[in-house]
Design a protein around this ligand. Structure first.
Ligand code: SF4
Length: 277
């Protein structure tokens, strides 16, 4: 059996940066809360919990005044950030610079009089945060009829191909005077998107390793499954449940919140099975 591992695996720099920021606070022995899971990965969350880092959703803990709150890479609405700064002793904002660039761009274009359309999933935390920057932004994955002065942007983790289709279809059904299209998709996820396509064409099976609640990981699984047999697992041990006896070439890809170490474990597991079969 041949094993092809994608060129880009493991954490993206945005996740790496967020984890470094959390860990530096762990070292200073502060009480730390994260607003939602800082990484879509169970083992990483578990190891942070062992260091005393707690995940909260909406509730304000009783010891907020003496605690640190970490905002994850997806960001939060601007006014929520201001409110949280009043409540917690310290707020560490790990919003990824690429995500922040999207928020600022949307805000700037809106100020210049553009109607803002964002190709994205309304319930995704990044899009909920964006709504705090441009309250009347339209966030959708369905093509929209464009009005006179419109700016189209994208959630950072969406598929480049799907974004293109969305723009083309929206143009097709509209008549408009002025349109700005800004590709705000993160280059890290865009690169992984083209790599998974390439690998899927060479593989009998693609293993997508990473959180099922991770938007960019689910995107990779969707792309691969349109080309070849695909399994999406969250932990390397889950591969034990799959029969690989008829597989000649297996491809391995990961989302941006999967530790590189997990890829090593998965690859070793597959190679050991190959030797036994
Ligand atoms: S996937 Fe891209 S936008 Fe998202 S955190 Fe990573 S680097 Fe930032």
């Amino acid at each position: 059996m041949r094993v092809i591992v994608a060129e880009d695996i493991g954490f993206c720099f945005g996740v790496q940066r967020a984890l470094q920021m959390v860990n530096s606070k762990v070292e200073s022995h502060e009480r730390i809360y994260t607003l939602g899971e800082v990484v879509h990965n169970k083992s990483v969350i578990k190891s942070l919990e062992q260091k005393g880092v707690r995940v909260i959703q909406d509730q304000i803990p009783h010891d907020a005044k003496s605690s640190v709150l970490v905002i994850r890479a997806h960001g939060v609405p601007k006014n929520q950030l201001e409110e949280l700064r009043k409540v917690f002793k310290i707020v560490v904002d790990t919003t990824c610079p690429i995500v922040m660039k999207l928020f600022i761009t949307a805000e700037r274009m809106h100020r210049q009089g553009y109607k803002i359309i964002v190709f994205g999933k309304k319930n995704h935390p990044e899009m909920q945060a964006l709504s705090g920057y441009v309250q009347d932004a339209t966030i959708t994955t369905d093509p929209v009829v464009l009005s006179t002065k419109t700016c189209i942007l994208s959630q950072t983790t969406m598929s480049v191909k799907e974004f293109r289709k969305f723009v083309e279809k929206s143009i097709e059904i509209s008549s408009f005077k002025e349109l700005k299209i800004m590709n705000t998709i993160c280059h890290v996820t865009a690169k992984r998107e083209s790599q998974v396509e390439e690998i899927a064409h060479q593989s009998d099976l693609v293993i997508v390793l990473g959180g099922k609640n991770s938007s960019n990981t689910s995107k990779l699984a969707k792309i691969a499954s349109q080309i070849t047999r695909t399994v999406h697992i969250e932990e390397p041990s889950e591969i034990d449940e799959f029969d690989l006896s008829d597989i000649k070439t297996v491809g391995i890809v990961t989302g941006t919140s999967t530790p590189q170490e997990d890829v090593k474990i998965l690859t070793e597991k597959i190679l050991i099975r190959r030797e036994k079969e």
